[in-house]
Design a binder for this molecule. Structure first.
Ligand code: BG6
Ligand code: MG
Ligand code: MG
Length: 220
């Protein structure tokens, strides 16, 4: 059986994806750049600066920002985001995730967080879930964001666990790709249209069953 489960945060443990979208949307509106929820699918799992680049790429006429200006824009977005997540509490844990983490803990299999977000530890605290985690990847120390496998391999390396003994749970296309490229077993949460490359796919967090994933891992 696997030795480590690595969880994505945004869209798997809690639905902060909407708050990221609203914060980017506010910034994009200020810059006169049109973005919508459909485009937002391409931002899921993508780190802050890479997300900004993708948004600037949507401008109808090209805008040339210096690196310094871009950092300013990303910081402004994060300010909007921090306001939105201020009210997060354990009620924001997605359905089924509390029981799933509990089953994971009971099994003795290790638990890590592999989020691209620099706000991940703060959010986990607000959700009162920090105690479940054996390791939390520090997004600030990751040089290549998802779909690069580094976020996931960093968690396995820190806990000294072979990649083939790991399961990664993801809601983003870039995240599933990162798990696969790490040589880990990928569990997708969401739509087949975005996540058909997952080794095992469920429609939503409520459908996640710990024992079922252990079985699927063995059959892989
Ligand atoms: C990911 C989200 O978890 O974290 C992305 O899916 C987000 O939407 C990224 O851009 C970075 O988050 P933060 O909090 O560091 O800006
Ligand atoms: Mg996600
Ligand atoms: Mg795989």
């Amino acid at each position: 059986s696997p030795k480590l489960f690595i969880y994505d945060l945004d869209g798997v443990i809690t639905d902060t994806a909407e708050f990221h979208y609203l914060a980017w949307k506010k910034l994009a509106d200020e810059l006169g750049i049109p973005i919508d929820r459909h485009f937002n699918e391409q931002l899921k799992g993508i780190n802050r600066m890479d997300s900004l680049d993708r948004i600037l790429g949507q401008a109808t006429s090209p805008i040339d920002f210096s690196e310094q200006e871009k950092i300013g824009l990303a910081t402004r977005k994060n300010g909007y985001y921090l306001e939105l997540i201020e009210a997060i509490n354990p009620n924001y844990i997605l359905p089924g995730i509390g029981d799933f983490l509990e089953a994971n803990k009971q099994s003795g299999i290790k638990i890590a967080l592999g989020s691209a977000s620099k706000n991940a530890a703060r959010i986990l605290d607000k959700l009162e879930l920090t105690g479940y985690f054996d390791y939390i990847v520090n997004a600030a120390e990751i040089t290549k964001g998802k779909p690069d496998p580094e976020t996931f391999t960093a968690a396995a390396d820190a806990l000294n666990i072979p990649y083939s003994d790991c399961v990664g749970i993801e809601d983003a296309a870039a995240g599933v790709e990162a798990v696969n490229r790490a040589g880990m077993f990928s569990v997708g949460v969401g739509d087949d249209a975005h996540l058909s490359h997952a080794d095992y796919l469920v429609g939503n967090t409520q459908e996640l069953e710990f024992q079922k994933i252990l079985d699927e891992f063995e059959n892989n």
